[in-house]
Design a protein around this ligand. Structure first.
Ligand code: PFF
Length: 467
């Protein structure tokens, strides 16, 4: 028997849940790191252009596919292509991608949880030690944290769309905004914070090159949770009377504001720590920033506000990142759940057990990729370098298949499902959209230059990462 499809209870509930998905470690850490390395304000401008000119139409396309079909990604492609065999492939890709991205994102979130526990228990000084991170990610404790995290996320998911996902977003997202603002206000009062602000806000266009531009694009795409089947699935829980263009705009604005605000937090902190610093010399990776550099910055605060004060700031920060990661994980794990429910008529709880079981095993394989198990640490040779299982999952699903999925959504919506049907769906709940400039732009861009840009990114990644 098919149960009646659950829906989000209100437009605000949907926007908070979708923003909860979009706001993640990507916004809080990857964005400020990328902006730091790539011309501050200049990166910000390019990033914002990509969000609104390229990613927003793709988000509308994904939401429309979901809401029209009332299905998970596999079902959406099948139904809207009237059963075409060829178009089943993107449906399966839009299922495999979130499944596997969730696996490596779970592991990173486990580290965040571990760091949070360390700061709460008064061990901030330990975190700031140079070798702590690599030792920590190789301790058996992380398996306990993994179990705890998965229990929490799956408990939210077990309560369903309205009582689980929406309610969690309505509680956690306002909390996240408050913590973020509180931290920014505190950081801006620190000595030399203005140096960081200047560095962040005054654009240095000389740093913009092809590499930076493609990084901004990939970051924007990931940050809005596109190409992961999430927006298709969340679209299927949207009410017909809600505006897809309006809600997409609200999600994109929230997501971009949070990324921008995270920059206001990270850069002034870096300059307070060391006013002479050249931020372009910092490590390229987000992991290096969050797990190695930031703990040192937090510890250094003890000179001004004491050890307990510094620990409170660090705890708030890691809690903030944990909350952002949890709402993202909830959205991404909902995709395979929706697929098992829609395609296999499986009960929600049963689907959760099955998915959590497989993800747990794969997450362990990712977690032991850093030296615990040698053959998983040196899993394959790619482009002349040895890569771990964790690296491989990230390279295949995040770097490569994500833009491919986006490309397929554009082509599908415009050329297979057809513009007229897509337009009709966007107009439901938003009559003003019909015939507007936005509508013409969305149709034109999705059929022309957006898929082209995504194709170029895809080809570039394949060439770079695999050969
Ligand atoms: N928008 C998320 C972020 O910026 O971190 C992307 C994401 C990652 C969503 C992982 C969901 C997820 F599980």
């Amino acid at each position: 028997m098919t149960a009646v499809r659950e829906h989000f209870g209100s437009r605000l509930g949907f926007i908070l849940a979708a923003a909860g998905s979009a706001v993640g470690i990507g916004n809080l850490v990857a964005f400020p790191v990328a902006a730091t390395k790539s011309g501050g304000g200049a990166f910000l401008l390019v990033y914002a252009l990509f969000v609104f000119l390229i990613c927003l139409p793709v988000m509308m396309a994904e939401l429309a596919m979901g809401r029209r079909s009332d299905k998970d990604p596999v079902g959406a492609y099948r139904q809207l292509s009237s059963g075409s065999h060829l178009w089943r492939i993107p449906g399966w890709l839009a299922l495999a991608t979130p499944f596997m991205i969730a696996v490596f994102y779970l592991v990173v979130t486990v580290w965040v949880l571990g760091y949070l526990i360390e700061t709460v228990t008064g061990n901030l000084d330990k975190l700031a030690a140079p070798d702590f991170f690599i030792q920590f990610i190789n301790t058996p404790q992380i398996f306990i944290y993994l179990v705890a995290l998965m229990l929490l996320i799956n408990a939210i998911l077990a309560m369903g769309v309205k009582d689980g996902i929406e309610r969690a977003a309505k509680t956690l997202m306002p909390m996240l905004f408050v913590m973020l603002l509180g931290l920014v206000i505190f950081v801006l009062t620190l000595e030399n914070a203005s140096l960081g602000l200047k560095y962040y806000l005054i654009p240095d266009f000389s740093k913009l090159d092809g590499n930076v531009v493609s990084k901004a694009m990939a970051q924007a795409f990931f940050s809005l949770s596109l190409g992961m089947g999430i927006m298709i699935t969340y679209g299927s829980y949207m009410k017909r009377q809600d505006s897809i263009p309006g809600s997409s705009r609200a999600v994109a604005i929230t997501d971009t504001l949070v990324a921008f605000t995270a920059g206001l937090l990270i850069l002034p902190s870096i300059f307070h720590f060391n006013p002479q610093i050249d931020p372009t010399e910092l490590s390229e990776s987000s992991a290096g920033m969050i797990f190695q550099f930031l703990p040192r910055i937090f510890l250094a605060l003890q000179d001004g506000i004491g050890y307990v004060g510094a620990s409170v700031v660090a705890t708030t920060f890691f809690f903030l990142v944990l909350v952002a990661a949890i709402t993202s994980l909830v959205s991404i794990i909902e995709v395979p759940i929706a697929t098992l429910r829609d395609e296999r008529r499986m009960e929600r709880k049963k689907a959760i057990y099955l998915i959590a079981g497989v993800q747990f095993l794969l997450a362990i394989a990712c977690a032991v990729s850093f030296g615990m198990v040698n053959w998983i640490t040196d899993f394959v040779q790619l482009a002349g370098a040895s890569k771990s299982f964790f690296d491989l999952v990230e390279i295949i699903f995040y770097d490569t298949i994500l833009p491919l999925n986006g490309l397929l959504v554009c082509l599908f919506v415009i050329y297979k499902w057809k513009k007229a049907n897509f337009d009709k769906e966007l107009q439901e709940g938003d009559e003003k959209f019909a015939g507007s400039f936005s509508q013409k732009y969305v149709n034109f861009s999705l059929g022309t230059f957006i898929p082209l840009i995504l194709l170029l990114i895809f080809i570039n990644t394949v060439a770079l990462k695999f050969f």
